[in-house]
Design a binder for this molecule. Sequence first.
Ligand code: ADP
Ligand code: MG
Ligand code: MG
Length: 889
Amino acid sequence: PKYVFDFAEGGRDMADLLGGKGANLAEMARMGLPVPPGFTVTTEACRVYLETGEPPSELAHQISKHLAALERAAGRRLGQVDDPLLVSVRSGARFSMPGMMETILDIGLNDLSVLGLGRTPERERFAWDSYRRLVQMFGSTVMGVDSTWFEDALAGIKKQHHAADDTQVDTSDLIRLVETYKDLILRVTGEEFPQEPAEQLRRAVLAVFTSWNGERARLYRHREHIPHDLGTAVNIQTMVFGNLGPDSGSGVAFTRDPATGRPGIYGDYLPNAQGEDVVAGIRNAVPLQELENLDPGSFGRLRDCMRQLEAHYRDLCDIEFTIERGTLWMLQTRVGKRTSQAAFAIAGQLVDEGVISPQEALGRVDGEGLARLMFPRFDSSGTRDVLARGIPASPGAAVGAVVFDSAEAVRRAADGEKVVLVRQETTPDDLPGMIAAEAVLTSRGGKTSHAAVVARGMGKVCVCGAEELTVDPHERLFSTSSTTVREGTVVSVDGSEGVVFLGAAPLVDSPVMRYFEAGGPPPGQEAQQVVRDVHRLVGQADEARRMEVRANADTPEDAARARRFGAQGIGLCRTEHMFLGDRRPLVEAMILAHDDQEREAALAALLPLQRQDFTGILEAMDGLPVTIRLLDPPLHEFLPDLTELSVRLARLDALGRRPDPHETELLAAVTRMHEENPMLGLRGVRLGLVVPGLVAMQVRAVAEAVVARTRAGGDPRAEIMVPLVDAVEELRLVGEEVARVLQEVSVETGVALDCPVGTMIELPRAALTAGRIAQDAQFFSFGTNDLTQTTWGFSRDDVEAAFFSAYLDKGIFRSSPFETIDREGVGRLVEIAVAEGRAARPGLKIGVCGEHGGDPESVHFFHDAGLDYVSCSPFRVPIARLEAGRAAL
Ligand code: ADP
Ligand code: MG
Ligand code: MG
């Protein structure tokens, strides 16, 4: 197979094979933008290497052919002594993994070609600096020498000369440094730094392949749900130099503000530097606008390139570029990561600009982003101790104890503590800590620094470049001109405003949350832009979607909120909480009844209370369906705990006291009903079938509530749902009782009652016999929580902590099946039940009421499976609306 593609042969639609970076480099080259020439080794070659430990046998030959062509075109050879061609070897996977894998610059330099590169006196320092960088990068990434040893050697020289930064280290010191580095490599590895350019290239390519499985790359993929078997491509590209003097430099640019979405030119520029320096935040960059003064010609060309890229990709692009002696070179572009707020803003703007259609705009936002916009903010009224201000790099409000290294962040977070990771700047090694922390705070680096890019990608709060802070990780503190803050101190980080406060600042609802809570009119001109953007896109989703969105709500308050949030009914009203609190004694009496009479008395006392509950909910959801589920949990959950009760009685016994006869009776009942495995015990429809009168009481309460609402002029639409059905016979028996009671109440009151009776499909047997069950069910609702537990054979409460993270690591799960529906197994049962249920009863209404109803990926599955609605918690309703609309595109 063809493992190597010249930039001229690729394009943006080849990202699977060429990786994102390679595909976009090819695309830019094809557009005629100034891209240093090069070629890409495919992800396929990487996969072969990862599987077999050897690169494909044709690879070396294909690389040398492409290299030869590159050399011919350049008129120079790799590592040539008098005027060497140098290349970079850059990782680049299908999905962007910022800084998680390796890139090696200046391949081709050696003891001789460094002299050729530095052939004139003004280039001498630059040449040795480049060589120094190569030996360091190659030594650590390819040859495995701990990079801190190199850093220590450099720091030692800087200290000797009281040099503030790298630029002040002179040529003779750089020459000495290269010698030190080479000695170091020899000492640690027993091997010389390879002088042969082809050898350098070959080993660098393999090192990039290997970096795919590096620890931080694996961790990043795990966190971002990126599959582990894709592999990375490798880009081999002619070097251009941003470190050739003040008329050179490197920068990063965005075609719109990635934080707010505002159009314009945003970015950072660092004169006289190689690109890595910008991202690493080694020196502080200047805002990109200043390039207009420094080098108006290059600035103008950059602006043109950016315009072309936006028009071409029809989206926000981020760009890496380098200027070599006044010549602009484009080194990377991609559709850029952005905050949720910016995603909504840009989608709207692009529609207004006529660039994309409203449907496309819907594809540019997502439910998780909307969820983030609903998170609370810090209250801006009132005064607080501002510790520092920095760049608002990733929005949101976070409160936590400050920590100064990744390991400490991980340790404390594992104990349940909320932490804020404070660093001078972050590196990819800080990834575990960034994941563990609520927020990241750095004292250096701009909106494009590693901390900012990674935090934005993860939706984590970040303030960067807070220059007033002096961070001292060794002493575990940071200080400002007036305060010293030690590890463990609680601070509040406002990533939207770029401010850090001492202590825990109070939180308020976000404007988007307030908009949904108001539940009413569209926002006016005076509303914040983000609210108008959200309103518009969620409205578009409502138009596009086929599925309805209902809510899971058990109280009138929740029902009313759900309605404000746009729910079109209640998909699950649980009745268990109606049996708790001060109603407990009545429930206890029902369970402990000695005869029918006692039980009926207890049920009769519960009846009016339940009726009242249902009336309130039906009123809040007037005109919309309310699916009421009959009692589900095992009865002993309403009785005292077996162990506690036994201990209490044993203690009384030991004291020689006679226990209360009621307690003795209680203990007997609890013991009788104790189940080893209550999840698989007497619950759901089984309860209704063995506790006489229970179903009748609940149904009567529903029926009487409907009557009351009807008489009050309302439009109640109750539906009765039977849980945990395995066999159609169960449903039939309960269904007959339901019909009898409805009929009774109808006759008593003269009000016609039309309450559909349906069932949950939450056991594999029910799904597999759905055709028969549908004969007695007027609707289905998938209870995907129980269905997941019973399909996999593990209970959520018992196993999540025990082995889920190991399963995620081993790639058995890509995400927890309780969060995102397992399409292959549980999803298959859903498909079977939908097909057989509708075959038996055409037009059967089918929904889902498990947690998955509010999970974006699962919503897409339910759409594909042909469901009529999803039901989720009230706060997730807007998210489900948006995702149901996106699913229908
Ligand atoms: P990452 O994926 O971590 O961003 P890159 O492959 O983009 O890694 O490389 C990091 C930086 O190295 C780039 O931003 C760029 O500035 C610099 N670089 C890479 N290739 C070249 C090149 N051919 N010439 C000059 N600089 C380069
Ligand atoms: Mg890059
Ligand atoms: Mg259930």
